[in-house]
Structure formats: C-alpha cells, structure tokens
Design a protein around this ligand. Sequence first.
Ligand SMILES: *Cc1c(COP(=O)(O)O)cnc(C)c1O
Length: 383
Amino acid sequence: MANSNSETQRPTWAEINLDNLANNFNTIRNRVGPNITVMPMLKANAYGHGAVQCARRLSAEGANWFGVALPEEGVELREAGIAQQILCLGGFWQEQADICIQRGLTPVVFRVDMVDQLNQFALAAGRVVNVHIKVDTGMGRLGVRFDQLGEFLLAIENRSNIWIDGLLTHFAAADDSACQPLTLLQIQRFNDAVELLRQRGHRPTHLHLANSAAIFGQRDAWGNMVRPGGSLYGLWRDVWPLSIREPDLEPIMSLHSRIILLKRVPPGETIGYGCTFEASRPSLIATLPIGYHDGYIRGLSNRAHVVVRGTYAPVVGRVSMDFTLIDVTDVAGVEVGDPVMLLGRSGDLSITAEDLARIVGTISYEVTCGISNRVPRHFKSKT
Ligand SMILES: *Cc1c(COP(=O)(O)O)cnc(C)c1O
C-alpha cells in the first residue's frame, strides 16, 4: 500500500483518521458488551482504508481477531507483523491450504474437499488446524446449505487434525426491514445448526452471524462474536434501515487534491471530453490531478461538488482518467495550489461517500473500496 507524504508526488491523497477508526471500534464494542468478541473486517484493504495500518491501530485498541476475504490478505497482515487471529471468510483456493496452515490463518470451510485438504497438510505438519464452518441459512452464496449440514458433518467425521472452532452464517438483508422475515428465519436456521453441531459432539468456541446492520439492528443475532465492516469505517447511511437511530460513528476517509491549473473560459465554449459542459458565463475553470483511475468515478461528471476555500464548487465536464475539472468562478481568491476536498468534512461542509454513491447509483462501500492504490493514504492520529 502506498503511504507517503513525499513532496515529490502529485498532490492527491486520501487521509485516514485512525482516531475515528478507534472511536468507531469502541462504539461497537460498547454496544455489544464485554462478552462478545468484535472481529473487525479488514477485507479489500479495509474497504480501501489501508488494512495494515487499520490492523495496527485496532490491535492497539485490543482487537484480537481480524476478518479478511482471501488468504492473500491474511498473509499481507502477517508480513506486517500482525499476530492476532485472522479468519479468511472467503475460504481458500485449492493451492492455499498449506499457506493457511503455515501462516496460522483460520479458514472458513464450506466443502468437504477443503476440510480433507487441510487435514492432509495438517497431518504432514503435525498440527491441528482450526476451521470455522459456514452455513448458508438464506444468503445463497458461500456456505453449506442449512438443510445439508448434517450430511456435511458426517462426511468430515474423523478428520483427526481438524478442530471446528467456529460456526458462522451471513445475512442477506439485515439492512432491509422489508426482508425481516428472512432475517428471522436465518437466525432460526443458525440456532438449529448450532444445536446440530452440539448433538454431534462438536464444541465450537465462536458463533457468529452479525454484520454491521445486524449489530445495530438485530440484537438476537450477536452470537458471541460480531463482524463489523462498514460501521467501523463510518459508512452506514445508505446500508441501514432508517429505523436505526443515528449511531455515533464517524467516517475515517477523506479525499484531497490541489488545483494545478486555472483558466478563463468565455461563454459558449465547452470543456472536457464529449463537450458535456458549456460555459454560460465568463468562467474560471480549475484542473485537479485526480480522475477515474484514482476512483473518482466517471459517473460523477457534471454532478458532484468539491470543497475549495470553504465553499462548494461543482464538477464540470467529464471526469477523465487522470484529471477532473471544477468551476471556481464563484470562489473568491482562488489560486493554483489551493487544496480541494473531494470527500470528507470541512467545517459545516461535508461530502460523504454516501453522497457520491447516491449520485452514481451504488453504495458507499464501493466508493471507498474504489479509491485506487495510485492514491497514497496518509494516516493521521493524535495518539
Ligand atoms: C463483509 C462482510 C461482513 C461485514 O459487513 P458490513 O456490512 O460491512 O458490516 C461481515 N461478514 C461477512 C461474511 C462479510 O463478507
């Protein structure tokens, strides 16, 4: 992950507020209480926020489990010295069973052959490997179908070097009150699955179902471990039911650039690809060195605003791969080199990931995940 304050780089960067991350983590911890393990989800480079730095700060705050999607992501954390437990929620690809064992990553399993492979490598290494079994209770994605769990358990019996350390499921629509019947059914199926495991003599330590929406909206789905992602990063306004009261969660990412060129454009002239913006007055147009390759989505063309010198300025013309144009005609005293905020809060002015997401028809998660590696992350914290 690029992380540099170098003066030799183009002035476009994302600022990551690690104190806000810590506050969000503690808000979630306080909400579920001391008997429930909070496992921060650090997949997808911590939703674009920088997995290693987030893991370090969360470790300092007392996190002892982290969730990733891929073993590769777990390896990245291990190489950075993260010693906490790491759960690979997407399981592992065929060749990766050995890596999971060597790196001490706990895989989620949902096929018999995954368990067999792990057992073989574990035998050879003289180790016992912890796994979490994923049961599909209604999401229809990863997991052993709830009505085939008995069969699955039978098929993996007597794998001497496998220990079933956890059971989990994932909600399809805990964020949608219209889907509440499905959510309740998923909880019931999960409870039945726990019961079945116990009947078969298994003693899983960790039982977990809840994503952010369920942590804040579905108290009976906490199990003894919860898996917050978006809420940890202060993203929730577009993925939670409105019935959930506004939680004390702050975004942790802001996105910044600087004006590299100012030019006067007479009325009647167009700017940018496709001539999508025509100046209707003598205009002052500024160029910013950020574009859709950086994750400033092309769909924001002519629709988003940025903040410069304490005021909103509109994005004009098409966002291109490396550059974006803004109209600063009404910005008093504007100069080349002025900082521009494309995402974040500045005094009373704010541009949230949810705002940008709404414009382009997606969710805030995709906005922060999409800020590319070309944009260095600058990590800020007071402690
Ligand atoms: C991403 C993910 C989560 C976190 O979901 P949020 O809505 O971001 O809180 C939890 N569990 C699983 C299995 C996930 O893949």
